[in-house]
Design a protein around this ligand. Sequence first.
Ligand code: BGC
Length: 856
Amino acid sequence: METTLDELLGRLTLEQKVGLLTGKDFWSLAPIPEIGLRELKLSDGPNGIRGTAWDERETSLLFPNPTALAATWDPAQARRAGSLMGAQARDLGIGWHLAPNVNLHRSPLGGRHFECYSEDPVLTAEITAGFVDGVQEQGVASTVKHYIGNESETDRMSYDARISDKTLREVYLPPFEAAAHTGAWSVMAAYNSVDGASMTDNRPLLTGLLKDELGFDGVIVSDWTAARSTEASANAGLDVVMPGPMGPWGDALVAAVRAGKVAESVIDDKVIRVLRLAARTGHLEAFDADFPAVGSGAGSGAGSGSDSGSGATAATPDDAEAQIRDLAARAMVVLRNEGGLLPLDPAALARIAVIGPNAGLLTAQGGGSAHVNPRHVVSPLTGITEAFGPGTVVDFAPGVLTQRLLPQLTDATSRDPETGAPGLRVEYLSADGTVLGSEIRHVSRLVFMGTLPSGTASVRVRVNVLISEPGRHRFSVSGAGSFTLKVGDIASLSIALGGEDGDPIVALVKPPERRIEAELAAGTTALELTASVDSAFGLAIFGLHHEPPRPTDDELFAAAVAAARAADVAVVCVGTTDEVESEGFDRTDLKLPGRQDALVAAVLAANPRTVVVVNAGAPVEMPWRDEAAAILWAWFPGQEGGHAVADALTGAVEPGGRLPTTFPATAADAPVLSTTPVDGTIDYAEGALFGYRGYRAAGTVPAYPFGHGLGYTTWEYQDATVAVNETDCLVDVQVRLRNSGGRAGREVVQVYLADEDGLPPRLVGFGHVGAEAGRTATALVEIPRRILARWDEAASAWTVAPGVRSLLIGRSASDVRLTEEVTLRGGYVGPRSAASAMNVTNSAIPAITATKEHSE
Ligand code: BGC
C-alpha cells in the first residue's frame, strides 16, 4: 500500500496537500478526483452514527450509552455494538466515526461520564479494543478520543491538566495504547492542555508518544475548533484540523512551509496518513479491489437494517434493533434484590403501577455531540405494558416532572399554516427577508451546523398549535442568539439569549430559555418564531416550546403514591435527563433532579413490593437504597430501552451487568469530586487513587463497589490455578465456579493484583462464564505482562519488580472470593526487554489487552 500512497502524494501540489488537511465543512474532507480520492464524511459519535445533519428525519440506530457497554465487561459485546455501528456508517456513506470516548471516570461529576467507559484503565482498554475492532471490521475508521487528560468539561477548551509521567502512563494512556495496538485508524486530540502544552500543539505526546513510541499509523484529528495555532500544531503532529473551511492552517500553513517554518516532509506525512485512512475505508480508487467503497450499500439514511433502503447491499443487519435491545438488557445491573422480588412473573401480577418521570419519557441518551436521532424511543411504560400483556392492569403516574425546558411541539398538536398538514414550517430568510427555502419539520428543537442554505440571515418557524384544553398555556424559546416570538396577537417576546463562553455546544446542551404565558380558548393559535443566525459558523440552534395546562406538582405526586398503594408491585422509574448529563458542562451534584428522592421514598412507604429502575448514565445518590426491595440500574439504554427494561424485569434476559465505576453513597465520598480548574489548572495529584482504589485508600465504603452486580443467580468460587506462561508473556488464571442458584446465569470473574508498593489492588484482568443452575464452569483470565508492569520514571520503561504477589479473585473490588500467589520475574517489558534478562524474546511492546473469546 505504501508505495502507491507515495506515488499519489507525488502528484499533489503543496496547496492541494494542505487543502486536504482542513475540513471542507463541518463533517467532511474534500475529494481530490485527480488521484481518485473521494469525499470522506465524518460523523459522531459513541451512541451511534448521527450522520452529517442534526435532523429528526435522518434517523439512525441509537445504542445503549458507552458506560452500559462497558458494564457487560465483555469486549465481544463492545465489538458487536461497534460492528453494527460500522455497518450503519457504511449504509449512510460515513467513512470516519468519531468514537469511542475513552477518557476515564475521574470524578462522578464529569459531564461526559455517560459517554466514557469506566474508571478503570484495563477495563476501558479491553472494551476500547473490542469496539474499535468492530467498527473497523466494517471498513469504517474509528476515532479514539479525546487524547488525553480530557476527564471533565468545565473550561474544557482551556484548562491545563497536570499529570505526572507515571500517572499518565499507568492510568490514562492504556486505552490509547490498546487503540494503537489494535490498529485504530484515527485518534482525536483534545481541547485541553497537558503540562502547559495544548493537546493539539503537544509534540511530546502526539509525535513522541503516540506516533513514534506506540507506532500509531493513523490520523490525529483535532477536536472541533481545538486547533488554534499554525506552525506549532503542524509541527507537533496534528494531521487534520476540523471543522473547516476556516481554521489556522490553509493559506497560513502553505506560507509557513514556504518560509521554511514547517518542513514539507511534515505535511507529506500527514497527507500519507489521510490517504492511508481513505484507502482503508474505501475512499481511494487505487485500493477499491481491497477495500470496497463506503456508501456502495443502500445509503438511505435509514433507522434500522429492516428499512435501510433497497435491501440487497445494506450492511446493517435486519435484526439490528433486536440486537440493541439485547445489548441494553444484558448491560443493566441488579444493584439490589431482597427476597428475590426480581425477576417479576407477569402471570402472577394482576395490577402493577408504573411510576416516575422516566417511565413515560425514557432518557435514551445523554446530551451533546454524541446525540443520535433514532426512529423511535420505546418508553418503559410501553415496554412493560407490552411484556405484561392484557392479563395485568398497568396504572401509570409520572409523579414528578424533571425537564428543565418546556416540552417541544410535536406533530400531535402542530399544523403547517399553509397546508394544514402535521408539522412546523421552517423558512430560511435572507437579510432583506426573502424566503430562500422552506421545509416541514417534526420537532421544535432545531440544530443547523453548516446545513443552512447559503445567504441565510435568519430562520423563521411558523406553526398553528391545536389547543384542546382552554386555560393558561406556557410558551418559550431556548437557544443562543436574537429571537422574536409571537403567540397569535395575544403575546410576544423579543430577546437576545446568551452564547456564554464561545463554545457552540453550550447553546445546544444548556440553552437559556425565556417563557411567556397566554390565556387561550380551545381552537388554534398561530405561533411565529424568528431566530438569528451566527454567520461566522453558519450556526443556528434554538427551540420552540409549549406546555398546556397541567395538574399541580402536588396532584401529580399524590396520584403516583395512590397508584403504588393499589398495585401488587410498583415499578418506579427515576433518573436524570440529557439536560443534566451532557457534554459541555459538569454536574454540580449527584442528586436525582426534582422531587424524585421524595417520590421514591413515598412509593416505598406505600408499597414494599417496589422495584426502583434508575435511568441514568452516571452515578446518582440513592438515599433510599436500603429501603428498596430491588434496584435495577438501566443506564441510558438507547432506542429500545423500554423493551430492555421489561426484558430485565421479567428475566427474559438476565441483567448481567457489573458496575464499571464505583457508586458513592454521597458525592462528598468520591475520592476526586471537583472538576473546576484552579487558576486554569486541574492537578491530577491523586495519581491512581481515584475510583475504587481511591475509596480503598481513604477507607470509604461506597454505596455499590466497582464490579458489583447481582444478576439473577448466585456463584460459588471453588478454586483457581495460576500459571506463568513465559512464551506468551502472560499469566494465565483459571477459576472454577459453580452456579449455586436456581437459574442459568453469567458471571464476570475479576482478578485484582496487589502491587509491591502497597497501594490498593488494581484490576489486571477479567473473564466470564455462563452456566446452567447447579453446573460448574471454568473462566480463563489472561494477564499480559505489560499489565503487570509499572512505569519506571527514572528508566523511562515498563518494568516488573521481581517477587511474590497476591492475585485477588472475586465478584467485585470489595468481594474477593479466592486469593492466589504468583511469582514474577523482574525486568523491563518491551523494547528494553531484549537487553534484559527476563526471557522476553519479542522486541515489540507486548499488547496491553488479552481479549479472547472464551467458551461458556
Ligand atoms: C466533541 C467531540 C465531537 C466533536 C464533533 C466536540 O465538541 O468534544 O467529541 O466529536 O465536537 O461533534
